[in-house]
Structures are given as structure tokens and as C-alpha cells.
Design a protein around this ligand. Structure first.
Ligand SMILES: NC(=O)c1ccc[n+]([C@@H]2O[C@H](COP(=O)([O-])OP(=O)(O)OC[C@H]3O[C@@H](n4cnc5c(N)ncnc54)[C@H](OP(=O)(O)O)[C@@H]3O)[C@@H](O)[C@H]2O)c1
Length: 211
């Protein structure tokens, strides 16, 4: 699968690296091919080619957005046409002062993103845990894989993302349409408060048990 990453820092770089090693053709949608972020991502995995953002998006079937949420309003509109029909994996979280919801819980960041790229198929995923868990998703000894909750409005796009989630070592859990993204964003805030504030392990993840 052709995949590109807009944003390849703490979240994007490990996911790009793992997906390339799994056999996907993965590019870095790089506004500056000489940036530190490009250098670091390529030092980690030289197969990650830096491509100008618009070409990278046009060539991709799946586009990961792993940028600061506040930058999305600047980054996405110029790419909206190129994003038409693409699966857009929203890894971003709107975080406000005091670890509040960055849009005051009036709408989710993913719905705001969908408005910026109306013809993309937005799927929210890879947001509910800290990046430590994207470096290494193995939880040996439990007999159950950690759950990756995801949501979106398009069934085919969600099936594609579920496949990638599974390849990356997680148990995909489809929690519904894009309106559910607000609840995932609150889950993120819960995780951040538990781990970054209260001192729980950064390797704290959730698993889904059913019977
Ligand atoms: N860190 C976590 O544990 C974690 C976990 C889950 C989700 N998230 C969410 O994932 C997103 C990324 O977090 P991160 O920790 O990976 O951030 P990060 O390490 O700071 O990386 C951000 C990336 O976005 C790029 N970027 C920033 N402004 C840009 C712009 N205007 N145009 C194009 N690219 C731009 C940066 O490129 P340059 O380096 O060139 O500026 C960098 O590649 C955030 O929305 C965050 O809330 C974070």
C-alpha cells in the first residue's frame, strides 16, 4: 500500500518506520526535505523517501496526519484537493489549557479536520495512547493484544485502517462514526492525565475483553 505521513515526529516517525518495514511504500510528505524531522526519520529508516507534500498525498492511498492539531488549519486546506478520496488517518489531538479538550468539547478535532478536507475519508486512530506505545506495541504474556480504538464515517476506509492497526500489532476496535472521535479525544485526555500527571506507566494501554 502507498502511505504518506504529514508529520513524522514522536507519533509519525515510529509508525512510518514500522509500516515501511512491514512492506508498505511509505513516504514523508516533507515541506522541507532538509529539516531535522526528515533527517531523524531517515536516520532511523533510510527507505523513507521525502517527497513534496502535494505529490506525496497524490501518490498515496492512505495519508497519516501526525501534526500539532493547531497547525491543521494551515496544513490541510492547500492539500484538500489532493486528499479527495484518500483515507486520512487523523492521529492529532486537540488539547487545551490544563489538559482540557482543545475545542471545548463542542466538536471533535476529527470533525473539524473533516471540514478542512471534505472529500477525504477521515478515520481517527493512533491517538489514545502516548507515543511510547507506537514505538513498541508488544505486550507479551497477556494472551491478548492491546486495543486500538478507531472511528470514522466510511466503512471501506475503516477496513483499510483496521488492517494497518492489526499489522502493527494492535487489536482494532471500531467504535463507530466520526462523531465518536470526541469520546476518543476525551479518552486521550484521561490517558494523559493518568500517565503524564499521575505517574502511571507510559505503557498503560487498554484491552477489550468479551465473552
Ligand atoms: N506525543 C504523543 O505521545 C502523542 C500520542 C498520540 C497522539 N499525539 C498527537 O499526534 C500529533 C503529533 O504529536 P507528536 O508528539 O508526534 O508531535 P511532534 O513530535 O512535535 O511532531 C510533529 C510533526 O508535525 C510537523 N509539523 C509541525 N507543524 C507543521 C506545519 N505547519 N506543517 C507541516 N508539518 C508540521 C513537524 O515537523 P517539523 O519538525 O519540521 O516542525 C513534525 O514532523 C499531535 O496532534 C498530538 O496531539 C501525540
Amino acid at each position: 500500500m502507498n502511505i504518506t505521513f504529514i508529520g513524522f515526529g514522536n507519533v509519525g516517525a515510529p509508525l512510518a518506520d514500522h509500516l515501511q518495514r512491514l512492506g508498505h511504500r511509505v513516504t514523508l510528505a516533507a515541506r522541507d526535505p532538509g529539516s531535522d524531522a526528515v533527517r531523524k526519520a531517515q536516520a532511523r529508516n533510510p527507505a523513507l523517501k521525502a517527497v513534496p507534500p502535494e505529490s506525496a498525498v497524490r501518490e498515496a492511498e492512505v495519508v497519516f496526519l501526525a501534526t500539532p492539531f493547531a497547525a491543521n488549519a494551515q496544513i490541510v486546506p492547500p492539500l484538500a484537493e489532493a486528499l479527495a478520496g484518500k483515507v486520512l488517518v487523523d492521529c492529532t489531538n486537540p488539547v487545551g489549557p490544563g489538559l482540557s479538550h482543545g475545542l471545548n468539547s463542542t466538536q471533535s478535532g476529527s470533525q473539524a479536520l473533516q471540514a478542512l478536507a471534505p472529500q477525504a475519508q477521515v478515520v481517527k486512530a493512533f491517538t489514545i495512547y502516548g507515543c511510547e506505545n507506537f514505538e513498541d506495541s508488544a505486550y507479551p504474556g497477556y494472551g491478548v493484544k492491546p486495543a486500538m480504538f478507531f472511528c470514522g464515517g466510511d466503512a471501506a476506509a475503516k477496513a483499510t485502517v483496521a488492517g494497518l492497526i492489526e499489522q502493527l500489532g494492535w487489536a482494532p476496535l471500531d467504535v463507530g462514526g466520526l462523531e465518536q472521535a470526541l469520546h476518543l479525544e476525551h479518552m486521550t485526555l484521561l490517558w494523559v492525565r493518568l500517565v503524564r500527571v499521575q505517574g502511571h506507566s507510559p505503557n498503560l494501554v487498554w484491552a477489550a475483553l468479551t465473552r
